[in-house]
Unconditional design. Sequence first.
Length: 447
Amino acid sequence: MDSRAAELPDPGSGLKAEEVKRRHILPKALVIGLVAGLISSIFRKALQWSELHRIAWLHRLPWAESLVAALALGAVGSGVGLWLVRRFAPETAGSGIPNLKSVVLGERELHWKRVLPVKFFAGLAGIGGGLALGREGPTIQMGGATGLMVSSWFRVKGGQGERKALISAGAGAGLAAAFNAPLAGLVFVLEELQGGFTPVIFVAAFLASVTADVVCRVLTGETPVFALHGLPAPSLGALPVALVLGVLAGFGGVFFNRCLLASLDLFDRLRRWPPFAVGAVAGLIVGFAAWIYPEVSGSGALLAERAFGGEIALRWLFVLLAARFFLTMVSYGSGAAGGIFAPLLVLGALGGLGVGIAAHAVAPSWVAYPEAFAVLGMGALLTSIVRAPLTGIVLMIELTGQYDFMLPLLVSCFAAYGVAEALRDAPIYEALRERSRAERPPAGAPP
């Protein structure tokens, strides 16, 4: 026998090692899903409670008293939230997703012991006070921090890729719990956070996302986040309108990204101000808008629900769209803890409804239900801004529970993707990550 044959590696050794990794990561991913689902559910319920009571209170008070209450809630909530971020954990500013991407790429370290409490309470103070931000950014970053926390419980070594896999799995669990969307959590990890597929990442993210979703459904309810009440999907004849909507969303997404970065640059000029004062300024602006129309502040979920019901008149639609866009820029630009998923979904719903109403007026036989285009607008704008078409499509289907929207969503989302790519606009999370790198060089980088 040729002695060199004994020196050759076993062809199945790599496969066996991969199987061992998958088996070892299963219990850890399960624990991550349980813990991330619990934390996200508590955060979600707390925000829902605060938003419903804040809006009901503002509607109930006389106009003078409601103005004082709206301004006070906005200023105090935003001021406290931004103070917590700047004082204890600057990496929790904004959605936190760019920070997680940097952690996964080995550019940053994740300090879960401060990220978890600061993100939770800063997000609750700011969004609860009325900032036009979403819960999914905080739940994704808290989920990633949970993944690192659980890896420390299991004594996972830092030199192994398993730790980064668990952080990614926790992020997917956070998105799944935020929207009752386990498949979207998985696809988000593979498409946006990791940018590739490996069996270990797939298994960990899938199990953690499903587990977190089960926990969230038990604690918060099983119904989809947005109920369409039997609204039919656009017909084949409406696909040209879906294509036009996607093109418009592509331009809108590029505009959104550039304005968001400009708002961050604008608020950077106030860096010498005390953090509470900067947050209070943003809170006062949002509070004044909330006094005029309470539903325009906060997560905007009630606006999206009304768009799905076709309850917003065309003459008010673009006023609400402009107001919501401006408040999102102010809220995120301030550096408060909160995500942009929910705000951009609301903008997409309002814009989609506007396109649907206009198309219905021109060709009612093509567009029988204008409000159905609110769903397409959400998916298309998300795709254009984040540049993650599969995440956008899967998320819309899970948010609404309507799988027959798949074909028009494909048309709208990929049209929006094509326009944004043609304009050479960077995906928002990548642009934010690069901006953060320029402000604060990664650990180990030369000064």
